[in-house]
Write a protein that binds this ligand. Sequence first.
Ligand code: BJW
Ligand code: ZN
Length: 238
Amino acid sequence: MADLEQARAWIAAATSLAVLTGAGISAESGIPTFRGAGGLWKNYKPEDLATPEAFAKDPRLVWEWYNWRRELIAKAAPNAAHRALVELEKHKPRFTLITQNVDGLHDRAGSGKILKLHGDIWRMRCTACGANWPDRRAPLPKLPPHCACGGLARPGVVWFGEPLPDGMMKEAEHAAASAQVALVIGTSAVVHPAASLIPYARHAGAKVIEINIEETAASAQVDCALCGPAGELLPLLL
Ligand code: BJW
Ligand code: ZN
């Protein structure tokens, strides 16, 4: 059976699914990925922009980068891959969407519960009092933004060296371990602990299907690696 047909059959038969998405699912919406051709890390160093140390050193520079990304994302719309996951969720009794993305396009497409492992670019957090709140303005009127308490605000995302939101990894592991099928879409699978969900699901017995435009760190460990854009392949799988 061809790979696509095999993947379709596994998905059709499954009653429990876990889906892990990465930046590649939003690429067809015009949002740049981090790694690979045209990736953000080609022009920017992660250590200068996506660490707590970078923010402590130059909050304005970090906010300028996030402000630019917020504007880019605000203009983008969910694509056929985001929409296909909304459809899939409607037909499966147990479905968990785990995303590394902070762009909010899964929410805008209409997905239900989403485990946002790396936070949300549309939320702010106060570095002084810990308050967190939504803010969808793009661009932000004044950089860097501040909390009502006067403290410096930071993006509500997870940077390198920071822990994931409380309890979320446990919930994602539970979903991965109880899934009959795990779909891994548009991630280079190099950032941990998110990437560890892939072998975790497989060892627990899930059929793991990857969708990516190129081979990744996970390709050799999955049951079926489908090569192509998520917006084209995902709708064909349902
Ligand atoms: C398409 C496509 C199309 C293109 N269709 N596909 C174990 C081993 C080694 C290191 C570590 C480890 N455990 C922890 C670490 C350290 C670190 C890490 O993983 N480092 C490695 C990179 C070396 N991890 C952390 O620091 C994490 N925290 C942590 O471990 O805390 C421990 C702790 C505990 C207790 C106290 C304190 C600490 C946190 C990681 C946070 C990652 N943050 C970022 C930024 C988020 C905010 C923002 O957006 O600005 O998250 S980095 C960036 O990478 C972002 C992404 O979510 C993440 C993953 O990237 P993703 O989604 O895979 O995107 P790309 O660009 O890499 O890949 C895109 C893919 O799409 C490519 O494959 C393309 O081919 C494909 N594609 N078009 C389908 N149309
Ligand atoms: Zn505050």
